[in-house]
Write a protein that binds this ligand. Structure first.
Ligand code: NAD
Ligand code: ZN
Ligand code: ZN
Length: 340
């Protein structure tokens, strides 16, 4: 099977021919149909974060495909069943976080495409308990972006506790943001979308954003304040200044939900404004299996639109460059299915 491999940080990925991986107990082998390119994969390939993966590794955590081989003890998945393989590859199932509905915080977790080989490959392994069945009616190409971009932003909106009649700012309308706009609308909010390219601002409006803010021309904080200030701002842009701008656009009692992970990112939070304004700054990491179930349910019910464009896996390096240049409308999905 073919896989796109990070051999060294910052180097182009290399397409390698590898033996099909053999599932261990509790695992399945999945024949890939689709694999989304999340900006996290670019951070992984660049070694951007304090905790780094170990090259050589196969990135990718928006994997979707058909179960091909069942490892020992796997009884609840069927051969040929379509599953999604998300970032949350496996957790301990026993710790405080796992037992309290916060498996995303488990300290023993293994992350797909980071702590183990991921979805930039024709075949991949998954722990069966975390391989999420994809409901009928959702294509593999749509399921892929939902598997990280979808679940992550759906969870971020939950964490922000968004209610109807609130103003929610979505900072960055990329792979994550184009779905965040839609979840905020589903929650009933008035949505202000912020980005720095015309195409993404147009897309945000098309997806239901009520206010669009071009951060090249306007200070997003000032615009949000003119609208009374945001009850919540979801920071999805890979840019530190965008975090500060989102913070400055909050109203009293507002929440900044940090999701994007720019390399070595820090922001300065003014203590006085935070205390007097009762502001919350919250980190949000992906979502649980239950969150992903809900994301798939919403999509199957026709309530979300996934904007994706396909590429062959062989174009992985050009695809990464396109994302970094801001040329992709929302999400690239590598098409690994029969028609590739
Ligand atoms: P993306 O590249 O598709 O989208 C980023 C968007 O931000 C683009 O539309 C870009 O035009 C926009 N942008 C850039 N500068 C901006 C600015 N100054 N103001 C407003 N918008 C600006 O990336 P993505 O795949 O959506 O991922 C976004 C970030 O989220 C990455 O850092 C990724 O690692 C992170 N991420 C976090 C989680 C999590 O669980 N916390 C999960 C997935 C991804
Ligand atoms: Zn991701
Ligand atoms: Zn745990």
């Amino acid at each position: 099977m073919k896989a796109a491999v990070v051999r060294a940080f910052g180097e182009p990925l290399v397409i390698e021919e590898r033996p099909d991986p053999e599932p261990g107990p509790g695992q399945v082998r999945v024949r890939a149909e689709a694999s989304g390119l999340c900006h996290t994969d670019i951070h992984a390939a660049h070694g951007d974060w304090p905790v780094r993966p170990n090259p050589p590794f196969v990135p990718g955590h928006e994997g979707v495909g058909l179960v091909e081989t069942l490892g020992e003890g796997v009884t609840h998945l069927a051969l040929g069943q379509r599953v999604a393989v998300p970032w949350l590859g496996k957790t301990c199932g026993r710790c405080e976080h796992c037992l309290s509905g916060w498996e995303t915080l488990c300290e023993q977790q293994i992350n797909t495409g980071y702590g183990c080989d991921g979805a930039y490959a024709e075949k991949m392994l998954a722990w069966a308990d975390f391989a999420q069945p994809v409901p009928e009616g959702i294509s593999a190409l749509d399921a892929a972006p939902l598997t990280c971009a979808g679940v992550t932003t759906y969870k971020a909106l939950k964490v922000a506790d968004v209610r109807p009649a609130q103003l929610v700012a979505i900072s960055g309308v990329g792979g994550l943001g184009h779905l965040a706009v839609q979840y905020a609308k589903i929650a009933g909010a008035t949505v202000a979308a912020i980005d720095v390219t015309d195409e993404k601002l147009e897309l945000a409006a098309e997806l239901g954003a009520d206010i669009v803010i071009d951060a090249r021309e306007h200070d997003p904080g000032e615009v949000l304040k003119r609208h009374g200030g945001a009850h919540a701002a979801i920071a999805l842009a890979v840019n530190e200044a965008a975090f500060s701008a989102a913070y400055s656009g909050l109203r009293r009692g507002g929440k900044l939900v940090m999701v994007a992970l720019p390399a070595h990112g820090t922001i300065q939070v003014p203590i006085f404004d935070t205390v007097l304004g009762g502001i919350s700054v919250i980190g949000s990491i992906v979502g649980t299996r239950q969150d992903l179930t809900e994301v798939f349910q919403l999509h199957a019910a026709g309530r979300t639109r996934v904007i994706q464009e396909t590429r062959p896996l062989a174009s992985v390096n050009e695809s990464i460059d396109e994302v970094l240049r801001g040329q992709i409308k929302a999400r690239i999905v590598f098409d690994l299915g029969e028609g590739r």
